[in-house]
Ligand binder design. Structure first.
Ligand code: C2E
Ligand code: CA
Ligand code: CA
Ligand code: CA
Length: 277
């Protein structure tokens, strides 16, 4: 038993023990997953709501576990952060997604965009040489790589982050604020930053009559984006009613199950082929 001071001893707790073993197992399996290339990227189309053309894709990671099948990012991204592997994973994501993007841009001769989610630990000075390396290896068109960051990443160190963002922008890479409206929304910062787009969180897409205020919030975000001269992308569009309403509010872009869930690269290539017909 573990000594807890003052003559108290914790009794061996089989449940706690099980938790610890599971967690250690997960950590080991994640290290192995990185070494053995068990991660895969899925791509969710970002759609022009009116014309129904594809503007690009958001990259969403999956873990193809040899026994468990597909594991979703909510079950491993935070663990990768805690065990210090998120930067290695992040580098693999950049390489894989940018290689795919350059291939699609060549094959389809379209200025397709790709949105990559950033973890807070990736937004440090070391991202600059990494981006330079990636852009050097994979020729992608200017302003077609978009990094999605959350508002919480801006809060800690506004000056430092703002400085990083301008270095990123100098490389013709765009910045999008993810999950906009859910967290620390401090509108004051927006005009000081070189942000290119706001992504309206899918929690606001619930338009049932009792949640009518969600429509007010979405309209306000759209007006804000318009006044700043930046794009707005609605997430989590599941119904035609939502699409129509968003169009009526002058929202140009969106993604969601109505159009497509995130899909593997071959399916995404089929999607682009079909779109060209
Ligand atoms: P997110 O960036 O807000 O991604 C949107 C999530 O909404 C995705 O979940 C997507 O599959 C889901 N989604 C898309 N359309 C719909 C819809 O119409 N209805 C509903 N209910 N859901 C929809 P996913 O793929 O499980 O990703 C969850 C979160 O994990 C992401 O939230 C993002 O924060 C994180 N994540 C995913 N991929 C990466 C990555 O490559 N790097 C990092 N750092 N984080 C990632
Ligand atoms: Ca995102
Ligand atoms: Ca989001
Ligand atoms: Ca989210």
């Amino acid at each position: 038993a573990k000594h807890q001071g003052k003559g108290k001893y914790a009794i061996f707790d089989p449940h706690m023990h099980q938790q610890t073993v599971l967690r250690l197992n997960l950590e080991n399996n994640l290290r192995k997953a990185l070494e053995e290339n068990q991660f895969v990227l899925y791509y969710q189309p970002i759609i022009n709501l009116d014309k129904l053309t594809t503007e690009g894709f958001e990259v969403l990671i999956r873990w193809q576990h040899p026994q468990e099948g597909i594991v979703f990012p909510c079950d491993f991204i935070s663990v990768m952060e805690e065990i210090g592997l998120i930067n290695d994973l992040g580098e693999w994501i950049f390489k894989t997604a940018c290689q795919q993007l350059s291939q699609w841009q060549n094959q389809f001769n379209l200025p397709l965009k790709i949105n990559i989610n950033l973890s807070v630990q990736q937004l440090t000075e070391s991202i600059i040489p990494l981006l330079d390396k990636i852009l050097d290896i994979y020729p992608i068109q200017q302003n077609t790589l978009v990094l999605e960051i959350t508002e919480s990443m801006l809060i800690k160190d506004f000056e430092g982050t703002n400085n990083l963002l301008s270095q990123i922008k100098q490389r013709s890479i765009q910045i999008s604020i993810d999950d906009f409206g859910t967290g620390y929304s401090c509108l004051g910062y927006l005009h000081q930053l070189s942000v290119d787009a706001l992504k309206i969180d899918r929690s606001f897409m619930n338009f049932s009559s009792s949640k009518n205020h969600n429509q007010v919030i979405v309209s306000s975000i759209l007006a804000l984006a318009q006044s700043l001269g930046i794009r707005a992308i609605a997430e989590g569009i599941e119904t035609e009613e939502q699409r129509q309403w968003l169009i009526s509010q002058k929202c140009k872009l969106g993604q969601g199950y109505l159009f497509s869930p995130p899909i593997a690269k071959d399916k995404a290539t089929d999607w682009l082929n079909f779109q060209r017909l």
